[in-house]
Design a protein around this ligand. Structure first.
Ligand code: GAF
Length: 385
């Protein structure tokens, strides 16, 4: 993390010829269980990764915001005196959206500033690089304007920016995980009440492995939105206000009216809400057999009923699963939106290095692709440094 901060400072200085006065960081996330149910009033269990977006910034005495990026050549300029609207390049819509809604929420003007962005959150890895980007911009704006927002308000304005400026109708999991993350804590979110609870996750015998398949199929291009729409249609047919009030027999009873696809989407939602509740209880009771079975069941449901997995994710989960309990693997599943991206594997700490090595080798053997696999632990959420 310190290296990334130093790189952000150096990048800022070589781009803008002065020292930054504000440094903001915000992490990506991995989700242990509770997938595609944050927009269905479910529970989710993510934590903030050690990987972050870092922004170095300083006011520039004008009415223009200038953004330089470690990965992209050139500087983009945004007029902060007028209306901030969608534009090009595409990535600039993340800061544009956040600036637009920050101004609205904080009720302040944003002075001109220079900013330099750098990140080590794998992009397209299903680890929520978009939310990390949004939260790092919002946090940097807190530093530039001196307006400290309530954490929930900040997360929600970032979600709105993603909906309106990036056209992805995401739930609240990613922005909450990036905003509320804490060292050694899961961010358990009740997505009906909109309240996060920090749950201790500090057992030294447990390790989380994040495995990026390094494939990205489609997500904001319709796959995600169509899944969300199917859950909304299903709920209407069942005639309830919230998926939290729906039982599996309600879904079964509506099967003929729903049709097969919407039925299977609903089947996933109701099953996954229960699995997440059960997983929280299993974790609390140190019942790792149950926790592992719930993770595998979650993956199967996302693959078969919700249809958001892909061959590479299935291969990665199968590799972990084949090592079994004897090999130290507790459970594995895809994590995040799906259609590519990453898996999450829970394992015994003393076997973690061997498991990472075996997953890397076998995945490459089976797919020809070099994956990006690392161990991770819950880390700090968005902050000024
Ligand atoms: C993406 C979304 F942004 C989240 O809100 C969530 O729905 C997730 O997919 C699936 O659980 O990361």
């Amino acid at each position: 993390m310190n290296t990334l901060i130093e790189k952000a400072k150096d990048g800022f200085t070589s781009t803008f010829g002065k020292e930054p006065t504000v440094i903001a960081a915000a992490p990506g996330r991995v989700n242990l269980i509770g997938e595609h149910i944050d927009y269905c009033d479910g529970f989710v269990m993510p934590f903030a990764l050690e990987q972050n977006f870092v922004i170095a910034a300083a006011p520039n005495g004008t009415t223009t915001a200038r953004f330089g990026d470690a990965k992209v050549e050139g500087i983009i300029e945004i007029d902060v005196a007028g209306e901030i609207t969608e534009s090009t390049p595409k990535w600039s819509n993340y800061p544009r959206g956040v600036m637009h809604y920050f101004r609205e929420e904080a009720g302040c003007t944003i002075p001109g500033f220079d900013a330099y962005i750098i990140s080590n959150v794998p992009s397209g890895g299903g680890l929520s690089s978009s939310a990390a980007f949004e939260l790092s911009v919002a946090t940097m704006l807190e530093g530039i304007t001196g307006e400290k927002l309530n954490t929930k308000t900040k997360a929600l304005l970032c979600q709105k920016a993603e909906h309106v400026f990036a056209h992805c109708p995401c739930g609240i999991m990613d922005q909450f995980a990036s905003a509320f993350g804490e060292t050694d804590r899961l961010v358990m979110i009740d997505c009906q009440s909109g309240e996060p609870t920090l749950v201790p996750f500090e057992n030294p015998d447990l390790t989380v492995i994040v495995a990026n398949t390094c494939v990205e199929h489609e997500l904001s291009d319709g796959g995600y939105a169509s899944r969300r729409k199917a859950t909304e249609d299903g709920l209407k047919i069942i005639g309830k206000n919230s998926w939290r009030d729906v039982s599996m027999s309600d879904v079964d009873a509506a099967k003929d009216t729903m049709g097969d696809v919407v039925y299977r989407r609903g089947h996933h939602v109701v099953g996954e809400i229960q699995r997440t509740i059960d997983a929280a209880a299993a974790l609390k009771a140190n019942d790792f057999d149950t926790l592992g079975s719930l993770m595998y069941a979650s993956h199967a449901s996302l693959r078969d009923d919700f249809e958001v997995s892909c061959e590479e994710l299935d291969i990665m989960v199968d590799i972990a699963r084949s090592m079994g309990k004897e090999g130290g693997v507790i459970g594995a599943r895809m994590t995040g939106g799906g259609f590519g991206g990453s898996t999450v594997t829970l394992c015994e700490s003393d076997k973690a290095d061997d498991i990472v090595a075996a997953m890397t080798e076998q995945y490459k053997e089976q797919t020809g692709i070099d994956p990006e696999i690392f161990t991770s632990r819950p880390s700090k959420g968005a902050r000024l440094i």
